[in-house]
Design a protein around this ligand. Structure first.
Ligand code: 3H9
Length: 697
């Protein structure tokens, strides 16, 4: 008995209850008393069966991630030792699962003879999302219950399944009809009464026998599951471990699984992904918003603008269960917007991810209007109109006149000064920026822009609502471009000069692809449309030699079949274009730039290092509360590879001293401000500090 493990008796059944809030992670302080309780139940002749249940909101949700990389993770009894003990028990053990049985939690349940689940429970092996594989027998036991094809799909995706799917697949043996613990005890008593044999999962070979005879079906499942592994090691290791479960004897496969796990847990990719797991949760803790603050009620949402952004934002809220009214200037604009929304849901239906009924239900949650007064009962109104201060101010002035007291007024601006927008109302405390990323119904990132006067409960409401609609929110301060676009500006600043000095779009894009980005900046520009930046530059009186020349020649990117690259009819595959190479050479000649070979390292130093530098400035100015918030912005909104943990985590692995040295070199050579090392970065490099070890501002 301990604070974490209690044992009660119900007849001949020992009921072992674990209580390690908040999610019953298998910390060493829980494993130790659990091991002892299992030994005691084994040795007690009066105990004929065992139930393992959990107190609190959930069954065990995995190993304790905070222990990884510390001696506690390996300290005896380890999780594999616990599983081995459970599996060797001569009396039936039953796991009573409520909430989520995840990772090591499900592995412990798989080492029991039986599993009974609450009807709302979910089970899964999400280790891959932490850059790991299940390291306590999950890859060898799950295939024995559900077959290796289904097991590899579950383990490589990391996605959990619900109780009824788990019953159908064979992961659980029964779903509780009433009280879970009572039903699990009754289940254990029935197994004791029927006398067994209680075959442990390790000895159940029927589901893997067909793949042993012919691996082709399994290999096809591996191919499908690992189609998009994006340079990550863990998904491939997961597939290898499941294959071992089929081709090797149980104990050998288990040993290999452990070796693979140890390799991954000590690797940089898993460290990066674990960092992101905690970073996402940290981002919800906003300095200046105390525990006493309560969110405002949001029951109805208004969106101004039915264009690409407005439509996507409105869909996000409708998908999250909110009724949404969209306001536009004319019925024609509303018709166009709703046709796009209808088309987007239609794509989901044709892909099988949404039913016709669900689509109809969602479409039924929208209303439309051209009259501001119809937004008067909305609790949250988000404008997604043209990105121009004058237009935004006019919209906010009108909102101020009609919105009910306490309504939150939000701007989806991606660059503009939220304080100036707020000042155009008589209620700046109710104004906040909600910067969605396109396509807004798909992209998970939401920058919540905190104005000078934004009230703490408005911020908290924005965070709460964001999570309800499935977004990953990060609170940022007011500056041009906030965190994401401001750093993107620094990353892009040298693009044109690198081209003029000798690099090609395909070389630069390849450096980015090799780094792990989904695509390089030029392929990305072609996808987004080069005319957007061109119009933007013109409005700011700026120029870009190559980008402007391409647009003047009607090369707007994929939509016109050519931009930095050529695109064949109906294809999105960029093909290097000799015309573009010629144009770049011409522009270099005009400017008297001597072209030379540019190394891949130089490309990294002149694109990614300025981005880190800008991140450091953002921290200095307290635009982001902590480096990990920046990592969340970039991994969720801009495709920064998760296996590198976000730009600030990556900077630590690259070495801050090296980054400062190279920035100083480029600053000395070019005099450009993007290379001037931020004071914070210099200081940290001198002190041997790191972004991942830095507390919140
Ligand atoms: C594993 O099991 C390896 C094994 O195969 C092999 C070992 C040998 N450990 O998410 P929430 C914290 S790998 C430590 O906000 P929710 C979390 O940081 C593990 N801490 O709640 C947060 O702390 P704070 C495989 C953990 O209700 C608090 O709990 N398992 C862990 O939205 C609440 O979390 C997983 O990957 C943990 N395992 O969601 C599951 N889990 O309050 C990871 C959570 O200080 N966990 N915390 O910010 C989850 O997916 C979600 O937390 C869960 C609850 C769905 C359980």
């Amino acid at each position: 008995m301990s604070d974490y493990v209690t044992v009660a008796r119900d007849g001949a059944i020992a009921v072992i209850t674990l209580d390690n809030p908040p999610v019953n992670a298998l910390s060493h302080h829980l494993r130790e008393p659990l091991f002892k309780a299992l030994e005691a139940a084994r040795d007690d002749a009066a105990v004929e069966g065992i139930v393992i249940a959990c107190a609190g909101r959930t069954f065990i949700s995995g190993a304790d991630i905070t222990e990884f990389g510390t001696p506690k993770a390996l300290a005896s009894p380890s999780l594999p030792e616990l599983c081995a003990l459970l599996e060797s028990l001569p009396k039936p053990a039953v796991a009573a699962i409520h909430g989520t049985a995840l990772g090591g939690g499900l592995e412990l349940a798989l080492a029991c003879h039986y599993r009974v689940a609450d009807k709302g429970a979910k089970v899964g092996l999400p280790e891959v999302k932490l850059g790991l594989l299940p390291g306590a027998g999950g890859t060898v036991r799950l295939p024995r219950l559900v077959g290796p094809e289904k097991a590899v799909a579950m383990i490589v995706s990391g996605n959990p399944i619900n109780a009824s799917a788990a019953l159908e697949a064979g992961v659980v043996d029964a779903i509780a009809a009433g009280d879970l613990t009572a039903d699990a005890i009754a289940f254990a008593k029935a197994r004791v009464a029927d006398g067994g044999p209680h075959v442990p999962v390790r000895d159940r070979d029927d589901k893997i026998a067909p793949a042993r005879a012919d691996l082709s079906g399994f290999e096809a499942a591996v191919k499908e599951a690992t189609r998009k592994t994006r340079g990550l090691e863990a998904p491939l290791a997961c597939a290898t471990a499941v294959r071992n479960a089929v081709t090797l004897p149980f104990d050998e496969a288990l040993k290999k699984e452990r070796e693979l796990f140890i390799g991954l847990v000590n690797g940089v990719q898993s460290r990066a992904q674990r960092h992101l797991f905690f970073a996402e949760r940290e981002a919800a803790k906003v300095p200046g918003v105390s525990k006493e603050v309560q969110p405002r009620a949001v029951k109805k949402v208004g969106v101004i603008g039915a264009g690409t952004m407005g439509g996507g934002i409105a869909m996000s809220f409708v998908n999250g269960g909110y009724p949404v009214t969209i306001l536009e200037m004319s019925d024609e604009a509303l018709d166009r917007g709703f046709a796009t929304i209808d088309k987007n849901y239609g794509i989901s239906v044709s892909r099988g991810s949404l039913s016709e009924e669900a689509k109809a239900e969602r479409m039924g949650r929208f209303s439309r209007t051209t009259n501001y007064a119809d937004l008067a009962d909305c609790d949250l109104i988000i404008e997604a109109v043209f990105e121009e201060m004058g237009v935004k101010k006019e919209v906010f002035g009108r909102l101020d006149a009609i919105a009910k007291p306490g309504a939150i007024l939000a701007s989806n601006t991606s660059y503009l000064d939220v304080d100036e927008i707020a000042a155009s109302t008589g209620r700046p405390q109710d104004v906040v920026g909600l910067h969605f990323f396109s396509p807004a119904n798909v992209m998970r990132l939401l920058e919540i822009v905190r104005g000078d006067k934004t009230a703490p409960d408005v911020l908290l409401t924005a965070l709460t609502v964001a999570r309800k609609i499935g977004k990953v929110p990060v609170v940022v301060g007011v500056c041009h471009g906030f965190v994401g676009n401001r750093m993107l500006g620094a990353r892009s600043a040298e693009g044109e000069d690198l081209l003029l000095e000798g690099a090609s779009p395909e070389q630069i894009d390849k450096v980015f692809a090799d780094f792990g980005w989904p695509m390089g900046p030029f392929a990305m520009g072609d996808l987004a449309g080069l005319d957007i930046g061109w119009r933007n530059r013109k409005s700011l009186g700026k120029t870009a030699a190559i980008g402007d020349a391409l647009c003047e020649a009607g090369r707007f990117g994929q939509k016109t079949g050519k931009g930095f690259y050529l695109y064949e009819q109906g294809s999105r595959k960029p093909i290097p274009d000799p015309e573009v190479a010629k144009l770049i050479e011409e522009k270099a000649r005009e400017r008297g730039v001597n072209r030379r070979d540019i190394s891949d390292d130089e490309i990294t130093e002149r694109t990614l290092y300025p981005m880190i530098n800008e991140g450091a400035r953002i921290l200095e100015e307290k635009i982001a509360a902590r480096p990990s918030d920046i990592d969340i912005v970039w991994t969720n909104g801009y495709g920064f590879p998760i296996g590198k943990g976000g730009p600030m985590f990556w900077a630590d692995t690259e070495g801050l001293r090296k980054i400062v040295e190279r920035l100083e070199y480029w600053h000395g050579k070019t005099g450009k401000d993007v290379f001037k090392p931020a004071a914070l970065l210099k200081q940290m490099a001198e002190d041997g500090g790191s972004f991942s070890g830095r507390p919140a501002a």
